[in-house]
Each structure stands twice: as C-alpha cells, then as structure tokens.
Design a protein around this ligand. Sequence first.
Ligand SMILES: C[S@@+](CC[C@H](N)C(=O)[O-])C[C@H]1O[C@@H](n2cnc3c(N)ncnc32)[C@H](O)[C@@H]1O
Length: 284
Amino acid sequence: MDVSDRLKELQGRPWLDIPYYSLGSARRVPTMLSRHEQLLYYWLGAVWARGVGEFVDVGSYVGGSTACLAEGHITANLPTRIHAFDRFTSSEALKRRMLYAAGIDPFEGEDILPLAKELLKPWAGRVTFHHGEITDQTWDGSPIEVLTLDASKVALKTDAMARMFLPAMVPGQSVLVQQDYLHCSQPWIAAQMELLADHFAPVGHCPDDSMVYLCTRQVDEEALERAEIGLLTDAEIFDLLDAARARHAGRGLDDRFDMMIRALEANPDKRIAWQFTPAPPPAE
Ligand SMILES: C[S@@+](CC[C@H](N)C(=O)[O-])C[C@H]1O[C@@H](n2cnc3c(N)ncnc32)[C@H](O)[C@@H]1O
C-alpha cells in the first residue's frame, strides 16, 4: 500500500465507527481527551499500526491517553512498546477537577506517577514511563509509529520535542496527533506544522482541538531547522496561521483560526500557553 492509500484510510475517520465500549478498561482512566480522541487513540493501536515502530504519548497526565493507545495496542497484540512521557505532577486544583471528580480517593502531594502506574496496570507489560521535564529526556532513535503530542505548552520546548521525536517517524506509516493544534493559547503548533507541510499531510480535525497527520517524508536536520518556531515574530506566526487556515479550508475551522489569531493579537510576544489571556470576542 502506498502513502496515498494509507492517507485515504485515515481520511475516512474509521475510528468513529468503533463503539465506545471497545475501549474496555481504558474508559476508567481519567482523561482530558474527548470521546472522539479516545476512539482515535484506540483505533491507532487496534487497527492502524503494523508494529513498525513504538507508540509515544507526550503529556500523559495520569495515563488516560496512554490507556486508550494501550487498549488498542493489546487488541492488535503489537510487538512494540508504548512510552508515556510526563512530569507526572499535578496541582491540587487539577487533582480535584480531574481525579477526585472521577472517583479517585484524595491523596497528599503533587506526585501522580504512582497513581498513573496503578491506573495503567492492565497494560503494565507494554508501557514504559519517562518521568520528568521533557527537555531532560532523550529518545534513542527507535522508529515511532504513533506520536501523540499534548505537552506543547511552551514554544521553545515544542521545538525541542520536534527535534527529539520527528526524525524517528516513518514516511507512509507514522501518524502524528497534535492534540492542541486548535487551542488558541498555542498558535505556534499550527505555525510549526505549516513549516513541516512537505513532511506531514493533514488527515483532518478530531474534536476538540486535535489535528491528525500522516508522515509523508523523512524529517531531516534541514527540515527541523526550517520548522523552528520558538523565535518567530508574531508577524511570522500570523502569516503561517493564514496559510494554515487556507490549507484547512473546507474543514469548517475558519472560526477556530480566527480565534487563534485574536488570541495572539491580545497576547503579543507570548510563547507560554498558561500566560495567555482568553481571545476577545470577534468585533461586531
Ligand atoms: C493536557 S495534559 C495531558 C492530558 C492527557 N493526555 C490525558 O489523556 O488526560 C498535559 C500534560 O503534559 C505535561 N507536560 C506539559 N509540559 C511538559 C513538559 N515540559 N515536560 C513534561 N511534561 C509536560 C503535563 O504535566 C500534563 O500532564
């Protein structure tokens, strides 16, 4: 099967035909993913992957996204492993909202690694935990078949993650999910993917904020240098957002791109997601 056949396979969004109960025990792991995203992650393991590379989940929190990938991975009995990267810490406010509200017993402290390990026990033999700041981590270069990125909250670290993982993606085989692509506090993700347009073909939007890509060309040093977004000016990012909006024309995303543009206008020069104030409403 060539790249265009594999792209067509993804563009049909076959994960939407999967009943939610297929996720089995993964449904019990608290997650910030939408149901569409959970189904996508499961499908990538259960149906898409052929065992040509590892699964890498960057920004796992207590393992909700990792569990969806892992349930698909175990269904297909893939020979590869799943790698969960995170600081594995949580504030008390987030614990209340994400964990206690989902029935987890309250606990002291910010460390959520023991909880993630407990929640991911059904897939323990398949999952490797990479604990700590992403810029202190390394990747050994092993091929990656599925890469899900949900930790691109700082532009310079988004460059570091690209450098760490994208060269390991296999053209025609590897899927990249940019979990925060449409989030208005992280416009650098759409800018980065525009600069990588020769290497990743967009498959489509997976609500709420994800954009799904197929790797179409090996990412080399020259591509990484060209795709650096950490030091771009606002004007350069605005131009790339306009190009991204044109690339995704017909997908019903114009309002989302407009909101991203208004958010950057309201937060000039900011490159850290949690420092963004909300996008103002559109002018009348
Ligand atoms: C939106 S949450 C991930 C949600 C998760 N995928 C789920 O299914 O619930 C983002 C995660 O990225 C992690 N993260 C963000 N920046 C990071 C960094 N620079 N290094 C390591 N982890 C980071 C946070 O600790 C947090 O758990």
